[in-house]
Design a binder for this molecule. Sequence first.
Ligand code: ZN
Length: 395
Amino acid sequence: MSEHEQEQRQQSVEVATSSGEMNVFWEEGMLDHETGDGVFDSGIDPGFLDVLEKHPENSDRIRNMVSILKRGPISPFISWQHASSTPPTLSQLLSFHTQEYINSLLEADKNGGKMICSGTFLNIGSLKAALLAAGTTLSAIKYILDGHGKICYALVRPPGHHAQPTQADGYCFLNNAGIAVQYALDSGCKRVAVIDIDVHYGNGTAEGFYHSDKVLTVSLHMNHGSWGPSHPQSGSINELGEGAGFGYNLNVPLPNGTGDKGYKYAMTELVAPAVRNFDPDMMVFVVGQDSSAFDPNGRQCLTMEGYRDIGKIIRNLADDHSDGRILVVQEGGYHITYSAYCLHATLEGVLNLSHPLLSDPIAYYPEDDSFAVKAVDSIKNHHIQVVPFLRELNN
Ligand SMILES: [Zn+2]
């Protein structure tokens, strides 16, 4: 480490007191979910490839996230909470999922596992890991609600944001964030904002709160559309919620190739003003590093700098509205190295550190943000025209 870097790190450690600490909730047992190998996420061996790759949602990606937080420069800011995580109770699961769906998971587990939907394998040990992931996320939100800390990060797998009340989807079985949000509401929170920056539409979380005006779900994603029966939602700007929930699901489908500038523009022009109007008393920040420039599963181009900026914006919103309370929940992110680096940068942003602690090993990405800016402007125009609680943004 150079003298300059040492100095910067020292300064960052000094501001730790004012930035607060990051409480990380993590349990080893989540590594026991085996997803196998094949052609990408198919589980298929075509017979003509000498080298099959691991399923993208494998435990290596999470091992690197754990180790970078333990041994990377952010480590002095981290407080590890070995959660004594208990699996969620049945009633906690049923606060988000249907009994029928939970029964189907139990049945699949009892029968030794199966492919539940495309790319989504429930194997021996998978359900236990999924329950641990939901339980760990619940431990994290409880920690905040009980006043032990303001910023918690649930480092969990299998991921959850595609899991809908009635079905699994996209590597997800139980909606970890959704179950935690429901717990927050049941514990007295009045309005919860969920900001999802995974490259895929957080369709499961959206679906779970589609009829509620207590939960503002915002998802920034690539414009991938529906992908079959497990994912009937399109993620388009027209999926706005229904009934009392109308206007409380805001989709921000960004053009492929959107990078740091485009995301920042979407966050400052649209997401932050919407969250400010909603005035949440709890912020849930759903992170996936598959929106990075180098992810095998995404077509967006965020770099560490962009993740850091988004993390800071979320932190500022939380400081102004939810008394600084933020639950960060892990979703996708499949580049084994860069996902860990981008996570590091995101959490630096959430901690609002004055200097970057870790430099980017791969970027630069030559971003042309003109298309993204146009797309964001037109999405914003649409949302403020049709969503009642955003109309005042028109001025
Ligand atoms: Zn994703």
